[in-house]
Write a new protein. Structure first.
Lengths: 305, 304
């Protein structure tokens, strides 16, 4: 009895009070975590094992949704290819471009905050509004880009109507809206101590050496952060492809979330859509883990740990 | 002797004399820098410029080769006519009253309380549980989309803003994370002094911590405003009744109408005019709160 009370009260009364208060304060989060994260995660795992059209009760199918997707649905592999293509090009190019732009902005430059604003604004404009402009700009008949090409007698570019052009066109729109990454990089670059560059200059380093041996190592944690965030966003890109191409032409822009949305809310295949969601979840986890694991080799965390 | 001393005082001159190659490198770099930066910035700005300038045209100015860069005469009446083709005033009211305002208020209030619990009270297991918050920041929203829809449909919440606004009462992991970072920077003595004076934790939060973190609250409120205002997928899933549409769905509706040939003329100018009007609050807010924006987005990349 005495021993058990001893074990129960390993906290002082003060600590008990803090525990109660702490839990009270974080209870909105805890409740939301259970209701809007844990419960949906588990129930979507269950739905992914069923056929469910919202009208009739779910029918348990076991792993059939997954097996059909993997072995009996060429369209799924097409969606997968489209998505990997989109992520594989837009994320490295987007992060790379953002990093280079940030480096230019970080050097001695006139009107830096003007340039920064112009590059940042596209990323906060409503995606629907920017989709409308891009659809207009890239139109074959009356778009501004093709209007200029036509004026100079050059061949026009079927940005959104040709399966070969559609994916690069959407990637272009994605990179245009990369301004937030530029601002994050710029903040990180401004934190790099000047003394390191001065020391490098004394040692006779040129601009490339400084970029390679000072800038990149010291901003590598932020590169990692932007890569992973970019990955999570790109895998789930929906609004722009949905509004600009609706998955076409010839399914060339049927990206993962477009496909998932279609199955869930147009065909009411909640079971299949849940299976798709879980596969995407696992893909994102695996990709993030791979980047994290390999990051030990190229990310520099200063003196910490 | 004196001349040497004065010369070494003006360092740039000695630098250039020592190494003229270095100077050329600097000049070349300046040229490359601006010849990359200026066209790049111009192409970033062009789509939005095109949106606004096309909003001022009529059909005959839209379908020309080459495209008209500076429209003349301009037709500002498009902003009014385009707005009236569909009930955009109602959409704006929906966006503001039923979505943006409650979403911002609920998220900021609940996240403040949660962030306080994760930063200003020391309780056993706190930092372990905080890891769960960080994990949920990275959870793909696609995973919970379908089951949440099923749940909200079962609750009879379709065609209302409740599915988009009620979850905000339970805080947002990303905003909790940002606010926690801010709260951690305040000295512990502030709270201790108030505790000795007998203040409750809620009292400390609302009377001492919040007045000191107004800039932080502005940052997170701004972000939440942006997400709600720009949200397209959420309303698309939950709202079918056109009377309840927010602006984002209204624009899409207008574009469908404009593409149906013969419906009305000036389809593209109207569409661009309305898109401009919907983007405008964001752009205006940006110019007024530029520092808040930049500060907030910079903090995003900071590691906890």
């Amino acid at each position: 009895m005495a021993a058990s009370t001893q074990r129960v009260s390993r906290y002082t009364p003060q600590e008990w009070r803090n525990l109660r208060l702490g839990l009270l304060f974080v209870s909105p989060w805890a409740l939301g975590f259970l209701l809007f994260t844990i419960y949906p995660l588990l129930s979507s795992l269950y739905y992914s094992l069923t056929r469910y059209d919202l009208l009739r009760p779910p029918v348990f199918l076991g792993a059939k949704n997954y097996l059909t997707l993997f072995f009996d649905d060429p369209h799924f592999w097409n969606v997968m290819y489209n998505t990997i293509y989109y992520v594989g090009v837009s994320v490295p190019f987007g992060v790379g471009a953002a990093f280079l732009i940030a480096n230019i902005l970080n050097s001695r430059i006139v009107a830096r905050s003007f340039f920064r604003s112009v590059i940042y604004i596209p990323s906060i404009v409503p995606a629907v509004a920017s989709a409308m402009v891009w659809q207009f700009l890239m139109n074959v008949q009356y778009g501004a880009i093709n209007g200029v090409l036509r004026y100079f007698g050059l061949p026009i570019i079927p940005f959104l109507s040709n399966p070969g052009w559609a994916k690069p066109s959407l990637i272009l729109v994605a990179i245009w809206a990369q301004g937030a990454a530029v601002v994050i990089f710029l903040a990180a670059l401004q934190d790099v101590p000047r003394s390191l560059y001065e020391a490098a200059t004394v040692d006779g380093a040129n601009i490339w050496h400084k970029f390679r041996n000072v800038t990149i190592p010291l901003t590598s944690p932020i590169i990692l952060f932007n890569l992973i965030m970019g990955l999570i966003v790109a895998f789930q890109e929906f609004t722009v492809p949905w509004l600009l191409t609706e998955g076409g032409p010839m399914n060339s822009t049927e990206f993962y979330l477009v496909h998932l949305y279609r199955n869930a809310f147009e065909y009411l295949r909640m079971g299949k859509a849940s299976a798709l969601a879980w596969i995407l979840f696992l893909i994102i986890v695996v990709f993030s883990l791979v980047i994290f694991k390999t990051s030990a080799r190229w990310v520099y965390y200063g003196g910490e740990k | 002797m004196t001349t040497i001393a004065s010369e070494s005082g003006t360092r740039p001159v000695t630098d250039y004399r020592r190494d003229t190659g270095h100077r050329w490198q600097t000049v070349l770099l300046e040229i490359i820098k601006y010849s990359v930066l200026i066209p790049l910035t111009a192409s970033f700005a062009f789509p939005l410029y095109w949106m606004i300038s096309s909003a001022l045209k009529v059909d005959s100015q839209v379908y020309t080769v080459p495209p008209i860069l500076l429209p003349f005469p301009i037709h500002p009446v498009n902003f009014i006519e385009g707005w009236q083709i569909l009930p955009f005033t109602r959409y704006a009211v929906n966006s503001v009253v039923f979505y943006t305002v409650p979403a911002v208020a609920f998220t900021v209030l609940s996240s403040t309380i949660v962030a306080y619990g994760f930063s200003r009270i020391r309780w056993p297991g706190r930092d372990t549980i905080f890891w769960l918050v960080v994990m949920t920041m990275m959870l793909p929203w696609a995973v919970t989309m379908v089951p949440l829809f099923i749940t909200f449909k079962w609750l009879g919440w379709l065609d209302t803003y409740r599915p988009l606004v009620v979850p905000a009462l339970f805080s947002h992991p990303y905003i909790v994370f940002l606010l926690r970072q801010f709260f951690m920077t305040l000295p512990e003595e502030l709270s201790d002094a108030a505790r000795i004076d007998g203040a409750s934790e809620f009292g400390i939060l609302f009377r001492i911590i919040l007045p000191l973190t107004k800039p932080a609250l502005a940052v997170v409120a701004l972000f939440r405003f942006l997400w709600a205002w720009n949200d397209y997928l959420g309303p698309l899933i939950y709202l079918r009744d056109e009377n309840r549409y927010p602006l984002a769905l209204g624009i899409e509706q207008l574009s469908t109408r404009a593409n149906d040939v013969g419906n009305f003329s000036n389809g593209i100018p109207y569409l661009m005019a309305v898109s401009t009007l919907v983007a405008l609050p964001i752009i205006i807010t940006f110019f007024f709160a530029q520092r808040t924006f930049i500060e907030g987005i910079s903090l995003t990349g900071m590691k906890g």
